[in-house]
Design a binder for this molecule. Structure first.
Ligand SMILES: Nc1nc2c(ncn2[C@@H]2O[C@H](COP(=O)(O)OP(=O)(O)OP(=O)(O)O)[C@@H](O)[C@H]2O)c(=O)[nH]1
Length: 810
């Protein structure tokens, strides 16, 4: 059996396990003549002491002598102990007393387990070395080692799984025959466990400490003393370990100095971390089994003495010295070269200069800090052209422009109607509509394909419900229209209010199908109509929709028209401002073209588009100070990082203007401007614009803010009087104040007066304690935070998810 082994961290136990009986033969071969002689003499002396009555084989005596470095007394004591214990039943671990387990510093007594699994019985005869011994006594001059038992760390940690021997063999615990040495090793293992339990860590610490301070505790095989801590770790790792003849009798007759080392088990079972065993204390040498990896060679360089990259020539590696060139890290990376070339003006063939080497260390950090500090971000200068905007507007001969809000009960067909309008006007092409049809079919909502022209949100499409205002534009010969398609569902009334606040007139869509008209009337048909009226909308076009579902029944149309007309006039609309059209958005009848269904022949009036066009031109408040209610805020690109959109309610604006945002009172510069999605130098009241802002941070902007000129900013108030049309009973109560996109918590604090509907004069008598639905009243409202409001401003009051009233600020 070859005893040549690669050793990294020696564990004699494991190694011995591998012998499996081989020790007998090896023993004779490998011990020297001197050892043989000592064994022979020692055996004779042990036999003398034991006397003829004790039957022990020579080999057992020799083994013990070896372990005790030919110390006859200890050998005798050990052998006697073994014999005694072989005759008395062994104590199991469970039978051991707590005192035995918990007192690591207790003197070694007659029942101390010595790692062999046996108990040693001391006698006076052999008490010369086995006298009661205390580790505490031994380390009395090392007070720092007196660590309380409960604070001892686990230095010896049992491996999770049984480890194999040095040559891959595993410990034999299966009861297979073992050599004596293997059995001894197993016993030592057992003792090691026991030792850990007994809290012998203090002694291990002592051994470790000695190792650290370099106390010579063992001998080299040749007898020369070595320091346990003499070799630095780096040296250890760099050492090339030669294959050592792992001779069994490698220790000469020199004794270990520590009394604990007298115990056979301890000498061989200590682990590297706390071992006092000589073979472990010697820094292990490592034989490199393979050359460094390609990566390692690139990072650390080739090993000394080897030709650089030589190792790459192995077939195992992809890289070969003749297939690559060494990269110079001092120079620029390929990316740097390309970037530099791109940034360099002039012919691209110009050799690229090496960038200056960055300074190193603190110097480099300081230089970077300095250069960062020197960076200044310059806002591009915005030049104001000082245009006469009103004159420019006149010159442009603009088309009539109108915003209309599409209102009505949920599922009345508002989006479908507008989708059809845009499709028939060729604003939406066939391809897009086909795509919508396919996608809608795929999710089982084929009938909503036209609605998808306006309902662009994923949730809107999946649910088939409009959630927020959808804006779309189209033009006829005379007018430029903006559609504000409002959600019909009662949950989204605030969004509907936001749309209504920008509208010049409204299109009220009514579902004519049986039952739906009636339910719509009780639902949002009336609420929407009232809301737009209180927002100042005077004209309303009523599209009696889905007439295809009632075979274009004229009676149905007339019935609906009469009921709606009566309601709207009672709500304050003038009869002349009401226009009715029978239609079917789904089929396109009477939308842009006349109805093709023969059942609809009774209708000789104009289609919807004509009614829209006949709305009166919007009067623009051009001469008033600029007012634009912010509808949306968004971050654009590099050129226009911050923009707001909305409709100009009054005044005009041009590039280079300084404006003030209320209520934040922050100024900003208009660096760019878009009207109906096209760049422009100016904009006037009535136009839907996007203002690109400079010199302001996004945190000062929110929906509902008002853009004003610094010379005439809008007032921000916390209390105001409003002339209100009551939708529900109103008392002094908490409510939410809506103004376009803005909504703020507030409360009705006072019912000032009940007003006459026709004249608007206060009804004489007692102050009202309650405002009934349908009544008009003047109420005082307060809000927590200031909101931008001025006379004529339109506000809606809502409470508990219901609109309780709407009106104009006095
Ligand atoms: N038969 C028939 N169905 C229609 C007509 N117009 C719309 N619909 C259907 O009515 C359903 C609702 O249409 P939408 O356009 O989404 O209704 P809406 O009023 O926009 O709905 P919300 O915005 O969510 O309140 C869809 O299934 C449409 O196909 C029509 O003229 N005839």
């Amino acid at each position: 059996m070859s005893r040549h082994k690669l050793v990294k961290a020696l564990d004699l136990d494991e190694e011995l396990d591998d012998f499996d009986g081989g020790a007998e033969s090896d023993y004779g071969e490998e011990i020297g003549a001197e050892d043989k002689e000592q064994l022979r003499v020692g055996t004779a002396r042990v036999r003398d002491v034991l006397g003829p009555g004790v039957s022990i084989r020579d080999r057992e005596i020799e083994d013990s002598l070896w372990h005790y470095y030919y110390d006859v007394d200890k050998t005798v004591d050990y052998l006697l102990g073994q014999r005694t214990n072989s005759q008395t039943p062994k104590k199991t671990k469970k039978q051991r007393t707590a005192a035995e387990v918990k007192q690591p510093d207790a003197p070694i007594n007659s029942t101390q387990d010595w790692g062999t699994g046996d108990h040693i019985t001391t006698s006076d005869t052999f008490s010369s070395w086995a006298a009661p011994f205390s580790t505490a006594d031994f380390f009395s001059d090392c007070p720092w080692l007196n660590i309380p038992g409960d604070r001892h760390g686990d230095i010896l940690i049992e491996p999770l799984y049984p480890r194999g021997g040095l040559l891959g063999g595993s410990s034999k615990s299966d009861g297979a025959p073992k050599s004596k040495l293997a059995a001894l090793a197993a016993a030592r293992k057992q003792k090691e466990i026991q030792k850990a339990e007994d809290g012998q860590n203090a002694t291990n610490s002592a051994a470790l400490l000695d190792k650290l301070i370099g106390k010579p505790r063992q001998l080299k095989p040749d007898g020369a003393p070595i320091s346990s801590s003499g070799t630095p770790l780096s040296a250890i790792t760099e050492q090339t370990v030669k294959e050592q003849p792992r001779k069994y009798p490698r220790r000469k007759s020199k004794r270990l100095e520590s009394p604990e080392d007298d115990q056979p088990a301890k000498k061989t079972s200590q682990k590297l971390s706390c071992s006092a065993s000589p073979e472990i204390e010697k820094p292990p040498e490592i034989i490199p089994t393979a050359g460094p990896s390609v990566f390692a060679q690139i990072i650390f360089g080739a090993p000394a003495g080897s030709q650089q990259h030589e190792v790459y020539t192995s077939d195992r590696y992809m890289l070969r010295p003749d297939t690559y060139t060494e990269f110079d890290f001092a120079g620029p990376s390929p990316d740097d070269v390309v970037t530099k070339a791109q940034n360099t003006k002039g012919p691209t063939k110009k050799p690229v200069k090496q960038p200056p080497q960055p300074p190193s260390g603190d110097q480099g950090v300081n230089a970077v800090a300095q250069s960062v500090g020197n960076v200044t971000i310059e806002e591009p200068l915005v030049k104001r052209k000082n245009l006469d905007v009103a004159a420019e507007f006149e010159k442009s001969k603009p088309k009539n422009a109108a915003n209309f809000v599409v209102i009505g009960h949920v599922d009345a067909g508002k989006s479908t109607l507008m989708g059809r309008l845009l499709y028939d006007l060729k604003v939406v092409d066939q391809r897009t509509l086909d795509k919508y049809r396919k996608e809608a079919e795929r999710i089982g909502k084929a009938s909503f394909a036209l609605a998808w022209v306006l309902d662009q949100g994923t949730e809107e499409r999946n649910r088939g419900v409009t959630i927020d205002i959808a804006m779309n534009k189209f033009e006829t010969k005379t007018t430029s229209f903006t559609i504000l398609d409002a959600p019909g569902h009662r949950d989204f009334i605030p969004n509907m209010i936001a749309g209504a606040s920008q509208a010049d007139f409204a299109v009220l869509v009514i579902d004519a199908s049986t039952g739906n008209f009636e339910s719509g009337l009780k639902g949002q048909t009336k609420e929407h109509a009232l809301l737009v009226r209180s927002m100042g909308v005077q004209r309303i076009v009523i599209a009696v929709n889905k007439l295809d579902t009632v075979q274009w029944s004229r009676d149905r149309f007339d019935e609906i028209s009469q009921q709606i007309s009566a309601f709207l006039t009672s709500a304050g609309f003038l009869a002349k401002n009401l226009a009715f059209v029978p239609c079917a958005g789904l089929t396109g009848d009477n939308i842009v073209r006349k109805a093709q269904d023969p059942h609809a022949s009774w209708y000789t009036g104009a289609p919807l588009i004509s009614l829209l066009e006949s709305s009166e031109p919007v009067t623009r408040a051009l001469e008033k100070p600029l007012r634009m209610t912010v509808d949306d805020i968004f971050r654009g690109g590099v050129q226009n990082p911050l923009s707001v959109s909305g409709r100009l309610d009054a005044g005009n604006v041009q590039i280079g203007d300084t404006v003030v945002i209320m209520p934040a009172s922050q100024t900003a510069t208009i660096r760019g401007l878009e009207v109906d999605s096209e760049s422009s130098d100016w904009a006037v009241a009535g136009q839907n614009v996007v203002l690109h802002l400079a010199d302001i941070e996004a945190k000062y902007l929110k929906s509902g803010d008002v853009v004003c000129p610094p010379s005439a900013p809008i007032r921000c108030v916390t209390s105001f009087t409003v002339k209100i049309l009551a939708f529900e009973h109103i008392t002094p109560m908490h409510c939410e104040v809506h103004k376009g996109r803005l909504h703020a918590p507030g409360r009705v604090t006072k019912l000032v007066a009940q007003l006459d509907k026709a004249s608007g004069a206060a009804v004489k008598g007692k102050k009202p304690r309650l405002i009934k639905p349908g009544s008009v009243a003047k109420v005082l409202v307060e809000v927590d935070d200031p909101i931008p409001l001025e006379q004529g401003g339109k506000v809606i009051l809502r409470a508990g998810g219901e609109t309780i009233g709407a009106g104009l600020v006095e």
